[in-house]
Design a protein around this ligand. Structure first.
Ligand code: FES
Length: 125
């Protein structure tokens, strides 16, 4: 786990190089553990590190395309939304990510976390 630096509503959590390709890194935040995922195309996504099924650690799952497969029972979760792929149903919290150069920031204040519901201006419905 790593510490974080706060700058207004965006929180700097490191660089893209801190996240393995097709892997993840967990950051501890006041809102709980957030898993940062990096795709083969260097896209970065952030999800609450808890599967919508039985709270499995998504950070330990397998990243493929823009999805991650949970290590516990193989549910597949969309990285962009936290939604479970059918036939499974459910959603984990997703957090907006900003990549500037190699720096990665997350917007915790706009996170849609499963235990707290949508807060502030999150457009996710
Ligand atoms: S806890 Fe993730 S699939 Fe069951």
């Amino acid at each position: 786990m790593d510490s974080i630096m706060t700058d207004a509503r965006w929180t700097l959590v490191g660089t893209i190089d801190d996240i393995p390709v097709l892997g993840s890194r967990v950051v501890r935040t006041p809102d709980g553990d957030i898993a940062l995922f990096r795709t083969a195309a260097d896209e970065v996504f952030a999800l609450e590190d808890a599967c919508p099924h039985k709270q499995g650690p998504l950070s330990q799952g397998i990243v493929h395309g823009r999805r991650v497969t949970c290590p516990l029972h193989n549910w597949v979760i969309e990285l962009a939304t936290g939604e479970a792929v059918a036939p499974d149903e459910g959603r984990t919290g997703h957090v907006p990510v900003r990549v500037e150069g190699r720096s990665v920031s997350i917007a915790l204040g706009m996170a849609r976390l499963s235990r707290g519901g949508c807060r502030k201006a999150c457009a996710h419905v």
